[in-house]
Design a protein around this ligand. Structure first.
Ligand SMILES: *[C@@H]1O[C@H](CO)[C@@H](O)[C@H](O)[C@H]1NC(C)=O
Ligand SMILES: *[C@@H]1O[C@H](CO)[C@@H](O)[C@H](O)[C@H]1NC(C)=O
Ligand SMILES: *[C@@H]1O[C@H](CO)[C@@H](O)[C@H](O)[C@H]1NC(C)=O
Length: 279
C-alpha cells in the first residue's frame, strides 16, 4: 500500500502547491503596488504641524510657499537661492518661522559659512528680532568703510566681544578674546520689498551668526538664542473652498499648470470641492 502512488493524490498535491504559491505572489504584488499611485499631503513634518498656507511639498498648501518649503524625511526644509535651511519651529499666531543654517556659527561651534539671502519675491521677511553678526572679516572689508555705517557700535561691540569670548572662535582661526576689529553687527539700510542678502564673499567675512534673543543671561553668549526668524505674509488667508476642504479632513493644495485650488484627500484623491464621499 505504501508503495502505490495514487495519481489523483499526486495531482492534488501538485495543484495545491501551484495555487498557494500563486496566491502568495499576487499578495506580494498587491502590497507593493499600493503606495505608488497615491499622492498625499502631510499635516505634520517631524514634530512641526503644517497648516495652510504652509504645506508638505509640491501640490500642498499655497504654491507661493511650496516653492520654498518642503518636508523631506521628517525635516522641514526651507530653500532660497543661497542654500537649504532647516525650519525648527513655526508660530502660527505670529506667522514666524525659526530656521537654522547648518553652516551658521554659534558660541559652541564656529565655522566658515555660506551666504544667506531671501528672494525679494518670496512671501517672507526677516524679523526685527534678528541680529546678524559677521565674524572673521577682513579689515579691508567694505563693511569698515568709514563713510558707511554698516556696523553697529556701542552695545553692538559688546555682542562682538561676547561672541569672540566663545571657545568656538577657534573654528574660524581666531584665539578666544581676539580683538573685535574683525567683527561687525550688520545693520544694512533696510529697503522694503528688496529681500535680504548677506553676501559673505563680497563682505569678506568667513562666518556669520544670527541671534534672535538673549535667554535669561545677556552676559552669557552660551545662552543666547541662535537662529534666523522670518515672518511670512499673513494675507494668504483661507478661501471658503479651503475651509470646506479642511472640514472634510482634506488638505488644501493646488494642481495643474495654472496652480488652481485642489482639495487633497487622505487617500490621495484630489477634488475641486471637498473629501466627503471620496472613499
Ligand atoms: C490631482 O489629480 C490629478 C489627476 O489624478 C493629478 O495629475 C495631480 O497631480 C493631482 N494633484 C495633486 C495635488 O495631488
Ligand atoms: C551650534 O552649531 C552646531 C553646528 O551647526 C550645531 O550642531 C549645534 O546644535 C548648534 N548649537 C546651538 C546651541 O544652536
Ligand atoms: C502679501 O500677500 C498678498 C496676497 O498674495 C499680496 O497682495 C501683498 O502684496 C503681500 N504683501 C506684502 C507686504 O508682500
Amino acid at each position: 500500500m505504501l508503495h502505490t502512488c495514487n495519481p489523483m493524490l499526486l495531482t492534488f498535491i501538485f495543484i495545491f502547491f501551484i495555487t498557494s504559491s500563486l496566491f502568495r505572489t499576487l499578495a506580494e504584488i498587491d502590497v507593493h503596488a499600493v503606495p505608488i499611485v497615491t499622492h498625499t499631503c502631510q499635516n505634520l513634518c517631524g514634530t512641526i504641524p503644517l497648516r495652510y498656507p504652509i504645506g508638505s511639498g509640491f501640490g500642498c498648501g499655497h504654491p507661493d510657499f511650496a516653492k520654498y518649503i518642503k518636508c523631506s524625511s521628517g525635516i522641514l526644509q526651507f530653500s532660497t537661492s543661497t542654500g537649504l535651511y532647516v525650519i525648527t519651529s513655526i508660530d502660527y499666531s505670529t506667522n514666524i518661522l525659526t530656521i537654522t543654517d547648518p553652516l551658521m556659527s554659534n558660541c559652541t561651534s564656529m565655522q566658515n559659512s555660506g551666504s544667506f539671502g531671501l528672494d525679494s519675491a518670496a512671501p517672507f521677511k526677516i524679523t526685527k528680532d534678528d541680529i546678524f553678526v559677521l565674524l572673521g572679516c577682513s579689515t579691508t572689508s567694505p563693511l569698515f568703510d568709514p563713510n558707511e555705517d554698516f556696523c553697529g557700535t556701542g552695545s553692538a561691540s559688546q555682542l562682538c566681544r561676547g561672541l569672540y569670548s566663545c571657545k568656538g572662535v577657534m573654528g574660524i582661526g581666531l584665539e578666544p578674546n581676539a580683538p573685535v576689529s574683525t567683527c561687525c553687527v550688520y545693520e544694512p539700510p533696510v529697503i522694503f520689498g528688496s529681500g535680504y542678502e548677506l553676501d559673505l564673499p563680497k563682505l569678506q567675512c568667513s562666518s556669520y551668526t544670527c541671534i534672535n534673543g538673549f535667554g535669561e543671561d545677556k552676559g552669557d553668549p552660551n545662552k543666547w538664542k541662535y537662529g534666523i526668524t522670518i515672518q511670512f505674509n499673513g494675507s494668504y488667508g483661507q478661501t471658503d473652498a479651503c475651509k470646506g476642504c479642511e472640514a472634510s479632513a482634506g488638505t488644501c493644495g493646488f494642481t495643474g499648470l495654472d496652480e488652481r485650488f485642489a482639495c487633497v484627500c487622505r487617500n490621495g484623491v484630489n477634488t475641486t470641492v471637498n473629501c466627503y464621499g471620496q472613499g
